[in-house]
Design a protein around this ligand. Structure first.
Ligand code: URA
Length: 195
């Protein structure tokens, strides 16, 4: 079975999932976007209003900014990045996912990682970063550094685009400036991958 078929099987399970109460309020499961590939994966937090409506991650304003961030270094978010979230259903009022929701959903995220075996995983925001890295540090301290991840991959926490939307400055040492440094480092690591 190829990677795409394996992911389809996991998605199929996810579509019928009733492991936590979020299944009652969801409109759609938000499983992933982008072509499955073993180079670059991005893990976000959780679906928001528009993602829940459309069944696709990062389609709202934050997603549009994410597209621009990737495009600024010549990466296409549809062709080059496989995007998913720590949990697949929208939490009410966009609150943070609860620990029990994250653990109920964890098997799906783990399967996505195991099937793709990405070489680079971007952890978008605090919730994604602390789901994959055992730390009490905040995202400001975590971002921009490489951490060892599953199957020998490299993981980098980055600021969440929603945070960047609330912090508009492009000045040196502003969140947007740091994002620009991080995406350049990510592009460099991506180019250094051997296949
Ligand atoms: N924010 C996220 O973290 N994920 C989405 O899919 C949309 C917004």
């Amino acid at each position: 079975m190829d990677m795409e078929q394996e992911l389809e099987e996991v998605k199929e399970k996810c579509l019928h999932c009733e492991r936590c109460p979020l299944c009652k309020s969801r409109t759609n499961i938000v499983f992933s976007s982008g072509v499955p590939n073993h180079k670059l994966m991005l893990i976000g937090e959780a679906p928001g209003y528009y993602e829940d409506m459309q069944g696709e991650p990062f389609v709202g304003k934050a997603g549009q900014l994410l597209d621009k961030i990737f495009a600024s270094v010549g990466l296409s978010r549809q062709k080059d990045v496989y995007i998913c979230n720590t949990i697949k259903c929208r939490p009410p009022n966009n609150r943070d996912p609860l620990p029990e929701e994250k653990s109920a959903c964890r098997e799906f995220l783990n399967s996505q990682i195991e099937i793709l075996k990405p070489k680079i995983i971007l952890l978008c925001g605090r919730v994604a970063a602390t789901s994959m890295i055992d730390t009490t540090l905040g995202i400001t301290k975590l971002r921009g550094r490489w951490y060892d991840g599953p199957n020998g991959c490299k993981m980098m926490p980055i600021f969440h685009p929603s945070y960047l939307l609330r912090n508009d400055s492009h000045a040196r040492y502003s969140p947007k400036w740091y994002m620009w440094q991080d995406i350049k480092a990510i592009r460099k690591a991506y180019d250094a991958l051997t296949d």
